[in-house]
Design a binder for this molecule. Structure first.
Ligand code: MG
Length: 229
């Protein structure tokens, strides 16, 4: 049932990380390609696309299957450890911001908006990324290994962020770049700002498509709720 009237300003803005705030999907591609080469294979483009916005265990299962290798729990865990190690090296070399992302985080603070980071990336790697994107920019952070396996596209990551903030997810705006992430945020009931990075996104009733964060006016986010009502 549509709401009669949404909030004038969102209760919080919930940011995805990879592909939304930082251009890390390209770094993931490097780490995944390196792992495939290390195992004597090559990752196919369709399988790489399926991994965008996904979590580590699912991605490692897809990767091993794509390479024609065993994908049991132990093999997935070993691949995850290798790729996480490579990602830590790549993150340490510096994370490139997506256009307008650093400015959007500053603007959110200036406007007094509450913020969360809602990422499928594991906590240990996210902590490295936070050294670039700034811990102080987020009131709460939710990582891919902190949702009891209920990763995006399940709504749990966004629901958990809202619970931690003590707000109604229906009063929140989520910013996402991937079909998996958009599906998660929509299932949680958030209004979604969708900014495609590596994979194309289609318009939908609870999402507003933009080309870049530079186009988003954070002071006018209340309009997203008016549109959805
Ligand atoms: Mg993403």
């Amino acid at each position: 049932m549509p709401r009669d009237a949404g909030p004038k300003t969102p209760a919080a803005v919930l940011f995805d990380m990879d592909g939304t705030l930082v251009d890390s999907e390209k770094l993931w591609t490097i780490a995944l390609d390196d792992y495939a080469a290390h195992r004597g294979g090559a990752l196919s483009e369709p399988t790489r696309e399926q991994m965008v916005g996904s979590n580590m265990n699912r991605s490692m299962g897809l990767l091993l299957t794509d390479l024609g290798l065993p994908d049991g729990d132990a093999e997935v865990a070993a691949a995850a450890q290798w790729v996480a190690g490579r990602m830590a090296e790549l993150f340490a070399e510096g994370l490139p911001w997506r256009p307008g992302a650093a400015e959007a985080l500053r603007e959110a603070k200036r406007l007094g908006l509450r913020t969360a980071l809602v990422t499928s990336t594991i906590r240990s790697l996210t902590e490295r990324a936070l050294e670039t994107i700034g811990r102080e920019n987020f009131d709460v952070t939710v990582c891919g290994d902190e949702v009891d396996g209920r990763n995006k596209p399940d709504p749990e990551p966004y629901l958990k962020a809202a619970r931690l903030l003590g707000v109604d997810p229906a009063d929140c705006v989520a910013v996402e770049d991937s079909p998996t992430g958009v599906a998660s945020a929509e299932a949680a009931g958030c209004a979604v700002i969708a900014i495609p990075c590596e994979v194309a996104l289609e318009a939908g009733p609870h999402r507003t498509l933009y080309g870049a964060l530079t186009e988003v006016d954070l002071a006018a986010l209340g309009e997203l709720f008016a549109d959805a009502a």
